[in-house]
Design a protein around this ligand. Structure first.
Ligand code: FUD
Length: 285
């Protein structure tokens, strides 16, 4: 059975004690199994409190982040690479302390628009850094997910095929491909082929609409995706992700170009998305 997850940005833009409580309680109340918590600044997360809130509400958690221009493992500058590795190590520590089993996102580069293609030496730094992160994560029982994003948010992984190739080069069993329908809509030929090509390496799925608002009101072919997941017997998490200027995350919103108000009622959005995913999976042939 797939766990159905929700990205915390549907509720809150930070992880203060009040925000953490609101996000975890609201996610559980809306019927979800898992909350994805952004960890762009891992030091801002009170791991003890978060662990307690998750236990009190019977929720699983995963963490996600993108790197920064000054802390980027795809750089050719050793200092910048080192800061990127330190940021990833901090995010892994947070993941472990909270007792979560998943750390994913744009772990391989800055979350932003690059001015040039990836330098081959930068790719070597990505492979080396992620192999080391994966080894530490394996010791702690954590899965590392590489999220394939569109060309305006990274120059390292824009297609599922590139992610499979990178994972082969990393050579660790606990590294999986993380697909996201919003990004697939921009870069892939359809919503089935990437799932087929990724095969058993698919470990996490983000469900997002083409404008990142209400599911079913954009151009994503969800029936095609759900059928492909069913054919692949995909059993991993399926997490709804949506962004609106109604909730501002200082580390994330500007990088993702969240300029518009696509919704303002988080509860209605979350409840609608949960039903949309459950119904879509049930109807998949
Ligand atoms: C970015 C994206 C997100 C991001 C995550 C960070 O476009 O799709 O999944 O990596 O939100 O928490």
């Amino acid at each position: 059975m797939n766990k159905i997850g929700l990205h915390a940005s549907v509720w809150v833009g930070d992880w203060s004690a009040d925000s953490a409580r609101t996000a975890v309680e609201s996610t559980a109340k809306a019927g979800y199994d898992l909350i994805e918590i952004p960890a762009l600044d891992p030091s801002s997360i009170d791991t003890k409190l978060t662990r307690q809130l998750l236990a009190d509400n019977g929720l699983d958690a995963g963490f996600s982040l993108g790197l920064r221009w000054d802390a980027d493992i795809s750089s050719t500058d050793p200092e910048v690479v080192k800061r990127g590795r330190d940021l990833l190590a901090g995010a892994l520590t947070t993941t472990v302390e909270v007792g979560a089993g998943y750390l994913g996102g744009v772990l391989f580069s800055t979350l932003g628009k690059y001015p040039a293609p990836l330098d081959p030496r930068g790719r070597e730094n990505v492979v080396r850094s992620l192999a080391s992160l994966a080894a530490d994560a394996a010791d702690a029982g954590v899965t590392i997910g590489l999220e394939v994003v569109n060309r305006y948010e990274s120059n390292v992984l824009n297609t599922a095929e590139q992610a499979v190739a990178l994972i082969e080069d990393i050579g660790a069993d606990n590294v999986v491909v993380h697909l996201d329908t919003y990004h697939m809509n921009i870069e892939e030929q359809d919503f089935a082929t990437p799932v087929e090509r990724t095969g058993a390496k698919l470990g996490y799925v983000h469900i997002g609409e083409s404008h990142r608002g209400y599911l079913g009101t954009g151009t994503i072919n969800f029936p095609q995706l759900f059928s492909a997941l069913k054919r692949a017997d995909y059993q991993g998490p399926i997490t709804f992700e949506s962004f609106s200027s109604a909730v501002v995350n200082p580390d994330l919103s500007n990088n993702l170009a969240v300029w518009r108000n696509l919704w303002s009622d988080s509860t209605d959005l979350a409840t609608h998305a949960h039903k949309f995913i459950v119904d879509g999976l049930a109807a998949a042939s």
